[in-house]
Design a protein around this ligand. Structure first.
Ligand SMILES: [Mg+2]
Length: 237
């Protein structure tokens, strides 16, 4: 691989272990609010339905079909309906409460993707490290701080700050401008083919696709890894 000076990492699912942290939070919430009594079968059902519905909502958010307020205000109603809860017994206050506790508690969880600190320790002296994320501004900084990831990064570029979301060129443009990075010496590392990888590629930035599930695809990528620590060999000069 050619040599780079600036590394841009995605946060959720790339460094911060969204699945593990969200799972833990949802299991807690299931029991605290006794969601069984509303007809949600068990904590695993609640978690699985949430993952499924939330992914659909985020895909709509990434393509601009909905905004973050729609997502926040409707997410748990959609989840409860899809989990076959008896909606006549579910009131609006409960849904608002669950959503705000989910946001606060999940963002304070500390699990990172396997190998994240090893990779960042290797990278910190050799590269300028930045984050580019479509996550919510106020949530992403809490995640970074509580997980200890914040100590490695110079700038956290969020879509809210940039006024553009990945895969739009605008967020990459903004990232270069606000970090002083040079396009030819920059590399984007992320788990989402549509936003991280295609976005960077269309902008002219090299990319590493982090694909732990080994999903098959037809996209052209600069490099692909299934474990974060493979980055060390790729970047070793
Ligand atoms: Mg991601």
């Amino acid at each position: 691989m050619k040599s780079y000076k600036y590394l841009f990492f995605d946060l959720d699912h790339t460094l911060w272990d969204w699945d593990a942290n969200a799972s833990e939070t949802l299991f807690d919430l299931y029991h605290r609010y006794d969601l069984g009594k509303y007809g949600v079968q068990d904590e695993v059902t609640f978690r699985d339905v949430f993952f499924h519905e939330n992914a659909k909502l985020w895909a709509d958010l990434d393509t601009g079909k909905i905004d973050k307020f729609y997502l926040r205000n409707n997410r748990f109603r959609i989840v409860m309906e899809a989990a076959n809860a008896n909606m006549r017994s579910v009131n609006e206050d409960l849904l608002v409460d669950i959503n705000s506790n989910f946001l606060v508690e999940c963002s304070k969880k500390k699990k990172v993707i396997d190998g994240a600190f090893e990779v960042l320790d290797f990278c910190r002296d050799q590269f300028d490290l930045h984050i580019i994320t479509n996550g919510f501004e106020e949530i992403q900084s809490i995640k970074m701080e509580h997980s200890g990831l914040d100590q490695y990064f110079d700038k956290i570029i969020t879509s809210e700050k940039a006024g553009h979301k990945k895969p739009s060129a605008g967020i990459y443009q903004y990232a270069l401008k606000h970090t002083g990075a040079v396009l030819e010496d920059s590399l984007m590392i992320g788990d989402n083919l549509g936003t991280d990888i295609k976005g960077a590629r269309d902008f002219g930035m090299d990319q590493v696709y982090f694909n732990p599930a080994k999903n098959s695809h037809q996209e052209e990528v600069t490099s692909e890894i299934t474990q974060l620590t493979q980055l060390i060999q790729l970047l070793d000069k």
